[in-house]
Design a protein around this ligand. Structure first.
Ligand code: SF4
Ligand code: SF4
Length: 260
Protein backbone atom coordinates (compact mmCIF):
# COMPACT_ATOMS: atom_id res chain seq x y z
CA UNK A 1 0.00 0.00 0.00
CA UNK A 2 1.42 3.46 -0.96
CA UNK A 3 1.98 5.46 2.24
CA UNK A 4 0.62 8.68 0.74
CA UNK A 5 -2.44 7.29 -0.93
CA UNK A 6 -5.64 7.05 1.13
CA UNK A 7 -7.35 3.69 1.32
CA UNK A 8 -10.93 3.43 2.46
CA UNK A 9 -13.80 1.04 2.81
CA UNK A 10 -16.98 1.87 4.73
CA UNK A 11 -17.47 -0.34 7.80
CA UNK A 12 -21.16 0.64 8.07
CA UNK A 13 -20.55 1.84 11.63
CA UNK A 14 -23.13 4.65 11.23
CA UNK A 15 -21.02 7.22 13.09
CA UNK A 16 -21.25 9.71 10.20
CA UNK A 17 -25.06 9.74 10.52
CA UNK A 18 -25.14 11.47 13.92
CA UNK A 19 -25.07 15.10 15.08
CA UNK A 20 -24.83 16.58 11.62
CA UNK A 21 -25.27 19.70 9.60
CA UNK A 22 -25.59 18.19 6.12
CA UNK A 23 -25.21 20.63 3.20
CA UNK A 24 -28.06 20.13 0.75
CA UNK A 25 -28.93 21.27 -2.77
CA UNK A 26 -32.19 23.20 -3.02
CA UNK A 27 -34.09 20.20 -4.34
CA UNK A 28 -32.72 18.07 -1.49
CA UNK A 29 -33.60 20.81 1.02
CA UNK A 30 -37.15 20.88 -0.29
CA UNK A 31 -37.44 17.13 0.02
CA UNK A 32 -35.90 17.20 3.54
CA UNK A 33 -38.48 19.82 4.64
CA UNK A 34 -41.34 17.86 3.11
CA UNK A 35 -40.23 14.87 5.18
CA UNK A 36 -40.49 17.13 8.29
CA UNK A 37 -36.74 17.54 8.65
CA UNK A 38 -35.27 20.60 10.33
CA UNK A 39 -33.46 23.02 8.04
CA UNK A 40 -30.96 25.77 8.85
CA UNK A 41 -29.31 28.29 6.55
CA UNK A 42 -25.64 29.03 7.24
CA UNK A 43 -24.59 32.38 5.80
CA UNK A 44 -21.11 33.72 5.22
CA UNK A 45 -19.99 36.54 2.95
CA UNK A 46 -16.83 37.61 1.17
CA UNK A 47 -15.96 41.28 0.50
CA UNK A 48 -15.82 41.46 -3.31
CA UNK A 49 -14.63 44.93 -4.33
CA UNK A 50 -13.59 43.75 -7.79
CA UNK A 51 -13.37 40.61 -9.90
CA UNK A 52 -10.26 38.47 -9.22
CA UNK A 53 -8.08 37.23 -12.13
CA UNK A 54 -9.70 34.48 -14.19
CA UNK A 55 -6.97 31.97 -13.29
CA UNK A 56 -7.76 32.21 -9.55
CA UNK A 57 -9.57 28.88 -9.29
CA UNK A 58 -10.40 29.18 -5.60
CA UNK A 59 -12.06 32.56 -6.21
CA UNK A 60 -13.90 31.11 -9.21
CA UNK A 61 -15.24 28.31 -7.00
CA UNK A 62 -16.49 30.83 -4.40
CA UNK A 63 -17.94 33.11 -7.06
CA UNK A 64 -19.87 30.28 -8.67
CA UNK A 65 -21.61 29.23 -5.47
CA UNK A 66 -22.43 32.73 -4.22
CA UNK A 67 -24.69 35.62 -5.18
CA UNK A 68 -23.85 39.33 -5.27
CA UNK A 69 -25.09 41.69 -2.58
CA UNK A 70 -24.08 44.92 -0.87
CA UNK A 71 -23.01 45.77 2.66
CA UNK A 72 -23.28 49.54 2.90
CA UNK A 73 -21.02 50.71 0.06
CA UNK A 74 -19.06 47.48 -0.13
CA UNK A 75 -19.89 44.86 -2.80
CA UNK A 76 -19.92 41.41 -1.25
CA UNK A 77 -20.80 37.88 -2.31
CA UNK A 78 -23.04 35.78 -0.10
CA UNK A 79 -22.68 32.02 0.28
CA UNK A 80 -25.87 30.58 1.77
CA UNK A 81 -25.62 26.90 2.64
CA UNK A 82 -28.87 25.08 3.27
CA UNK A 83 -28.27 22.34 5.80
CA UNK A 84 -30.24 19.44 7.22
CA UNK A 85 -29.76 19.80 10.93
CA UNK A 86 -30.06 17.18 13.67
CA UNK A 87 -28.55 16.32 17.01
CA UNK A 88 -28.18 12.63 17.77
CA UNK A 89 -29.04 10.12 15.04
CA UNK A 90 -30.31 11.23 11.62
CA UNK A 91 -34.10 10.82 11.46
CA UNK A 92 -33.46 8.39 8.56
CA UNK A 93 -31.04 6.15 10.48
CA UNK A 94 -32.41 2.68 11.26
CA UNK A 95 -31.61 0.73 14.42
CA UNK A 96 -29.19 -1.53 12.53
CA UNK A 97 -27.29 1.60 11.30
CA UNK A 98 -28.59 1.29 7.75
CA UNK A 99 -29.97 4.37 6.02
CA UNK A 100 -33.78 4.26 5.92
CA UNK A 101 -33.81 6.66 2.97
CA UNK A 102 -31.01 5.02 1.04
CA UNK A 103 -32.42 5.67 -2.44
CA UNK A 104 -33.00 9.36 -1.81
CA UNK A 105 -30.27 10.12 0.71
CA UNK A 106 -28.57 13.48 0.10
CA UNK A 107 -25.67 13.61 -2.31
CA UNK A 108 -23.28 14.58 0.45
CA UNK A 109 -24.04 11.26 2.22
CA UNK A 110 -23.06 9.41 -0.96
CA UNK A 111 -19.83 11.39 -1.30
CA UNK A 112 -18.62 11.08 2.31
CA UNK A 113 -15.80 10.84 3.35
CA UNK A 114 -14.47 12.44 0.12
CA UNK A 115 -14.40 16.24 -0.08
CA UNK A 116 -16.64 18.35 -2.35
CA UNK A 117 -14.60 21.53 -1.93
CA UNK A 118 -11.69 21.39 -4.43
CA UNK A 119 -9.43 23.34 -2.06
CA UNK A 120 -9.79 20.77 0.73
CA UNK A 121 -7.70 17.64 1.03
CA UNK A 122 -9.20 14.61 2.71
CA UNK A 123 -7.71 14.26 6.21
CA UNK A 124 -8.83 10.91 7.69
CA UNK A 125 -8.40 12.10 11.29
CA UNK A 126 -11.09 14.77 10.73
CA UNK A 127 -13.66 12.18 9.63
CA UNK A 128 -15.98 10.07 11.76
CA UNK A 129 -14.83 6.78 10.24
CA UNK A 130 -13.07 4.29 12.56
CA UNK A 131 -9.39 3.35 12.05
CA UNK A 132 -10.18 0.06 10.31
CA UNK A 133 -12.09 1.93 7.57
CA UNK A 134 -8.74 3.38 6.42
CA UNK A 135 -6.90 0.05 6.13
CA UNK A 136 -8.71 -1.27 3.07
CA UNK A 137 -6.84 -2.61 0.04
CA UNK A 138 -8.70 -0.33 -2.34
CA UNK A 139 -7.34 3.23 -2.68
CA UNK A 140 -9.86 6.05 -2.48
CA UNK A 141 -7.26 8.71 -3.35
CA UNK A 142 -3.90 8.13 -5.06
CA UNK A 143 -0.82 9.93 -3.73
CA UNK A 144 -1.31 12.43 -6.59
CA UNK A 145 -4.64 13.42 -4.96
CA UNK A 146 -6.67 11.75 -7.72
CA UNK A 147 -9.99 10.41 -6.48
CA UNK A 148 -10.31 6.84 -7.74
CA UNK A 149 -14.01 6.11 -7.46
CA UNK A 150 -15.72 7.21 -10.71
CA UNK A 151 -19.18 7.33 -9.14
CA UNK A 152 -17.94 9.66 -6.36
CA UNK A 153 -16.17 11.85 -8.92
CA UNK A 154 -19.47 12.21 -10.78
CA UNK A 155 -21.40 12.99 -7.58
CA UNK A 156 -18.90 15.70 -6.64
CA UNK A 157 -19.32 17.23 -10.11
CA UNK A 158 -23.08 17.21 -9.63
CA UNK A 159 -22.78 18.78 -6.16
CA UNK A 160 -20.60 21.62 -7.48
CA UNK A 161 -22.97 22.21 -10.39
CA UNK A 162 -26.00 22.28 -8.06
CA UNK A 163 -24.21 24.90 -5.93
CA UNK A 164 -23.83 27.11 -9.02
CA UNK A 165 -27.35 26.55 -10.36
CA UNK A 166 -28.94 27.13 -6.93
CA UNK A 167 -27.05 30.32 -6.01
CA UNK A 168 -29.35 32.87 -7.76
CA UNK A 169 -32.46 31.22 -6.29
CA UNK A 170 -30.90 31.39 -2.83
CA UNK A 171 -30.75 35.18 -3.29
CA UNK A 172 -34.54 35.19 -3.70
CA UNK A 173 -35.12 32.75 -0.84
CA UNK A 174 -32.97 34.76 1.57
CA UNK A 175 -34.89 37.91 0.55
CA UNK A 176 -38.25 36.21 1.02
CA UNK A 177 -37.25 34.91 4.47
CA UNK A 178 -35.83 38.30 5.52
CA UNK A 179 -32.27 37.06 6.08
CA UNK A 180 -30.03 40.12 6.37
CA UNK A 181 -27.04 39.23 8.56
CA UNK A 182 -23.93 37.47 7.32
CA UNK A 183 -20.73 36.37 9.02
CA UNK A 184 -17.39 37.20 7.49
CA UNK A 185 -16.09 34.16 5.56
CA UNK A 186 -13.42 32.26 7.51
CA UNK A 187 -14.63 33.83 10.79
CA UNK A 188 -17.90 31.95 11.13
CA UNK A 189 -21.51 31.68 10.03
CA UNK A 190 -24.73 33.42 10.88
CA UNK A 191 -27.18 30.56 11.33
CA UNK A 192 -30.90 30.92 10.66
CA UNK A 193 -33.44 28.29 11.66
CA UNK A 194 -36.14 28.40 9.02
CA UNK A 195 -39.87 28.00 9.30
CA UNK A 196 -40.87 24.99 7.22
CA UNK A 197 -43.87 26.49 5.40
CA UNK A 198 -42.22 29.87 4.79
CA UNK A 199 -39.13 28.14 3.40
CA UNK A 200 -41.16 25.84 1.12
CA UNK A 201 -43.14 28.83 -0.20
CA UNK A 202 -39.96 30.81 -0.79
CA UNK A 203 -38.41 27.86 -2.61
CA UNK A 204 -41.48 27.49 -4.82
CA UNK A 205 -41.57 31.20 -5.67
CA UNK A 206 -37.85 31.27 -6.40
CA UNK A 207 -38.44 28.96 -9.38
CA UNK A 208 -39.69 32.03 -11.27
CA UNK A 209 -36.29 33.70 -10.89
CA UNK A 210 -35.19 35.24 -14.22
CA UNK A 211 -31.72 34.10 -15.25
CA UNK A 212 -29.10 36.82 -14.85
CA UNK A 213 -31.18 39.00 -12.50
CA UNK A 214 -29.71 39.88 -9.12
CA UNK A 215 -31.29 41.71 -6.22
CA UNK A 216 -28.03 43.29 -4.92
CA UNK A 217 -29.79 43.39 -1.55
CA UNK A 218 -28.26 45.08 1.51
CA UNK A 219 -26.75 42.87 4.23
CA UNK A 220 -25.02 43.58 7.54
CA UNK A 221 -21.89 41.77 8.66
CA UNK A 222 -21.83 40.16 12.08
CA UNK A 223 -18.51 39.41 13.77
CA UNK A 224 -17.10 38.57 17.19
CA UNK A 225 -13.78 40.25 16.28
CA UNK A 226 -13.32 43.94 17.16
CA UNK A 227 -10.77 44.39 14.39
CA UNK A 228 -13.23 43.17 11.73
CA UNK A 229 -16.05 45.34 13.07
CA UNK A 230 -13.85 48.45 13.09
CA UNK A 231 -12.27 47.78 9.70
CA UNK A 232 -15.56 47.12 7.93
CA UNK A 233 -17.27 50.16 9.45
CA UNK A 234 -14.27 52.33 8.53
CA UNK A 235 -14.81 51.54 4.84
CA UNK A 236 -18.55 52.27 4.97
CA UNK A 237 -19.61 48.65 5.15
CA UNK A 238 -21.86 47.78 8.11
CA UNK A 239 -20.71 45.37 10.77
CA UNK A 240 -22.04 44.73 14.27
CA UNK A 241 -20.85 42.62 17.18
CA UNK A 242 -22.57 39.29 17.23
CA UNK A 243 -23.25 39.49 20.94
CA UNK A 244 -24.78 42.98 20.91
CA UNK A 245 -27.58 42.55 18.42
CA UNK A 246 -30.81 42.63 20.45
CA UNK A 247 -32.98 41.88 17.41
CA UNK A 248 -30.99 38.86 16.29
CA UNK A 249 -33.01 36.34 14.33
CA UNK A 250 -29.90 34.19 13.96
CA UNK A 251 -27.22 32.64 16.07
CA UNK A 252 -23.56 33.33 15.46
CA UNK A 253 -21.27 30.36 15.00
CA UNK A 254 -17.74 31.74 15.28
CA UNK A 255 -14.55 29.87 14.42
CA UNK A 256 -12.41 32.25 16.50
CA UNK A 257 -12.42 33.04 20.18
CA UNK A 258 -14.41 36.25 20.70
CA UNK A 259 -12.22 39.39 20.71
CA UNK A 260 -14.54 42.27 21.68
S1 SF4 B 1 -29.75 10.37 5.14
FE1 SF4 B 1 -29.05 8.27 5.52
S2 SF4 B 1 -26.85 8.28 4.98
FE2 SF4 B 1 -27.51 10.43 5.26
S3 SF4 B 1 -27.07 10.94 7.40
FE3 SF4 B 1 -29.20 10.23 7.30
S4 SF4 B 1 -29.11 8.02 7.73
FE4 SF4 B 1 -27.03 8.70 7.21
S1 SF4 C 1 -18.42 6.86 9.60
FE1 SF4 C 1 -17.28 6.18 7.78
S2 SF4 C 1 -17.12 3.98 8.04
FE2 SF4 C 1 -18.75 4.66 9.43
S3 SF4 C 1 -20.65 4.47 8.21
FE3 SF4 C 1 -19.89 6.55 7.94
S4 SF4 C 1 -18.68 6.45 6.02
FE4 SF4 C 1 -18.91 4.35 6.77
Amino acid sequence: MDSKSIHFSCTLCGKCCHDLRLPLSLSEAESWLMDDGELEIFVEAIPWPGEPPGDNLQAAHKRGRSFPAMCGDLPIRIIATFVASFNGPCPNLLDDMRCGAYEKRPRVCRIYPAEVNPSLELVPSTKSCPPDAWTAEKPLYLASGRLMDAATVELIKQARLADIVDAPRKDDICNALGLRHCALANEGFSVFKVDRDAALNAMEESRARVAGETSASQWTFVSNQRRSVETLNSIDARCIFASTDPEATYSYLGFLEAAP
